[in-house]
Unconditional design. Structure first.
Lengths: 175, 159
């Protein structure tokens, strides 16, 4: 469990967007792993199994939450569901967080990731962290391929200024 | 869409998010998992989820339920139908429905009387008030959703 708990917790945290939910999900993942302990004990793919279960449980958790609020969650602006990606009106920098170490980058990203709305954060995490393809994400989330691409694009576009602000704040503190 | 800007954004973000170390799990996670496992294993078998019941108990439970449903259904039907003909059976059903039909016909008869008695202005005001109350309730629900659910989620405070 110790070998995988950080990986499972990270997956749940990035998808669910909060420590408390991630802890609940991670607990459930390891209870399921215990139930399949005989199979997983010697399996070389135990890590992959845990990651998949963590991803699926996180999505189930979020889906349950969304269904509870379905009436109102579907009232959100239809502009959010547009098929076309918006223009980026600012200059995309050549690099981002390049001068930070891996752990510092991790802290910076984790501190802003949860500020993205679920429908942008989830596909973005599945693409960049879980390394799923657009098609796999569309199948997992049961949405169109176009929507996945648009949401990931918008998620990146929303994340970039948040990261930039984090970098600026850090530079200001260092100065 | 500006294709070049889009590709550049993807490259920059991919580089920024690559090879990131995992977030450290809380120290309490391990003890929490073991405590939950202990709690679950301490439960008597019939208080665990159905999938964890012994297979004989599961089979017996399913058979018992099927038997109960069958007895209830067959018993109910034979009690009502018995040795009666179809016409008798239809008569019994109609007899059961008689009070409902009476209520419906009373309401049906009363409606035009009320509509004639109440001034039409009042009716319009009543309808307008109902619609307004419905909209207010819906608006309050939407505001509560945005305040309590969406905004805390954006601020990372949802738990």
């Amino acid at each position: 469990m110790r070998a995988y708990q950080d990986m499972v917790f990270s997956t749940a945290f990035r998808l669910a967007g909060s420590d408390a939910q991630a802890e609940d999900i991670a607990q459930e993942v390891f209870i399921r792993a215990y139930e399949h302990f005989a199979d997983l004990r010697t399996s070389p793919t135990a890590g992959g199994w845990l990651k998949t279960v963590a991803t699926n449980l996180s999505l189930n958790y979020l889906n349950r939450d969304r269904k509870r609020w379905r009436l109102f969650s579907e009232m959100r602006s239809t502009a959010d569901d547009g098929e076309e990606s918006p223009e980026i009106e600012w200059e995309v920098p050549d690099t981002m967080l390049e001068d930070l170490g891996a752990e510092q980058r991790r802290q910076m990203v984790d501190s802003v990731l949860h500020r993205l709305p679920d429908h942008q954060r989830i596909p973005l995490v599945l693409y960049h962290f879980e390394e799923l393809s657009y098609q796999e994400i569309a199948a997992k989330l049961q949405v169109s391929l176009t929507k996945v691409k648009t949401d990931i694009f918008r998620g990146r576009a929303a994340l970039l200024p948040l990261l930039q602000a984090g970098v600026d704040a850090r530079d200001a503190m260092d100065a | 869409m500006n294709q070049r800007n889009d590709e550049k954004l993807e490259q920059v973000m991919t580089a920024a998010l690559r090879d990131m170390p995992p977030r450290r799990a809380p120290r309490a996670l391990e003890s929490r998992v073991f405590a939950e496992l202990q709690r679950r294993s301490a439960l008597v078998w019939w208080r665990r989820s159905f999938t964890h019941w012994p297979s004989t108990a599961r089979a017996a439970f399913v058979l018992l339920n099927v038997a109960l449903v069958a007895v209830t259904f067959i018993g109910g039907v034979s009690n009502v139908v018995g040795g009666r003909s179809f016409a008798d059976f239809s008569g019994i059903v109609l007899e059961w429905m008689r009070p409902f039909v009476a209520v419906l016909s009373t309401v049906g008869g009363l409606t035009p009387v009320l509509l004639r008695a109440i001034p039409s202005g009042w009716l319009y005001v009543g309808v307008a008030v109902s619609v307004a109350l419905y909209m207010v309730l819906f608006g309050l629900g939407a505001a509560a959703y945005r305040t309590l659910y969406v905004e805390p989620s954006l601020a990372g405070g949802r738990s």
